[in-house]
Design a protein around this ligand. Sequence first.
Ligand code: NAI
Length: 335
Amino acid sequence: SDKPKRIVVTGAAGQISYSVLFRLASGAFLGPNQRVILHLLDLPNMEEVLKGVQAELHDCAFPLLDDVVITSNQAVAFKDVDYAYLVGAKPRGPGMERGDLLKDNGKIFVDTGKAINDNASRDCKVIVVGNPANTNCLIAQHYAKDIPRENFTAMTRLDHNRALTQLALKTGSRVTDIKNLVVWGNHSPTMYPDIRNTTVNGKKATELVDSNWIETEFTPRVQQRGAEIIKLRKLSSAASAGNAAIDHMRDWVNGSDEMQSISFYSDGKTYGVPEGLIFSFPVTTKNGKYEVIKGLNLDDEVSRTRIKKTTDELLSERQAVEHLLKMQDLFSYNK
Ligand code: NAI
């Protein structure tokens, strides 16, 4: 279209953003006919770095890139944005408990939610990448009362993509041969990568690989892949995380018949997951909306145990930030 779309990326001076931004500008997200304006947000002390990233974006002379806004001001960052990639978060420092991380990042996402509510386009689509992504997403969503709830999602696409490739490598197939794979639950080591309904070239995956491999290699590898990358690269996954964020948003906007994994608000009626968690479910996408795939069977011992574990973790994360979620009642935000 003639009008450029505005895309904000937070944590824009960081690693993941360094791979996302250049692909957003090249058209990997919205295609070759859509001009874009990028909004780069980071903390005030990262201003120099943002200037550097802006300079490099300029140096690419991307035909689709109309402008690059750099700022540490949330109101400026979220002004009129159509899409928000929420990547910025505080990393877990030495000796820091998971609960502390939740609280520190939780506060960031209160402000982010408000800034989206006050400034973004009313149909802004949001992906939360910064960890703990699911619970951060829940907080931002709570403070953005005027934006449809379903517009807030958290990223489990990297876990999904990791699972696809592990299965492809094992079965000597291509990722495009694989259908109906899903990662359930939290983006954390409790996630449940599920290939019970998966086919590879039309054959049932569970007949091509043995249950021991699923149990002792596939599942832990996908769950712990983040740690494996850190060990190898001495840095956390960045290009693959950025790639997954683009995949997630592109398929959400453009639609896809493939089963995907997207974390979104549970309504309490879907697969027995309690209401009010940002939970990863199997979806397809169409006309800018995602729709949960219903009717998959979770009624076996392994699935029950795994779903319970990841659900319990999300419940305890929510409990750790309950004080942030309650504050909203003071302002009578809607549900
Ligand atoms: P990084 O440390 O390189 O970059 C993070 C950036 O966020 C920094 O530039 C920092 O200054 C900025 N930042 C911190 N607080 C901010 C705030 N309040 N507002 C704006 N910017 C802020 O980290 P990296 O490698 O880019 O990772 C970013 C996040 O993504 C981390 O939380 C990481 O755990 C998470 N992640 C999530 C994955 C997923 O699958 N959901 C996969 C990989 C990483």
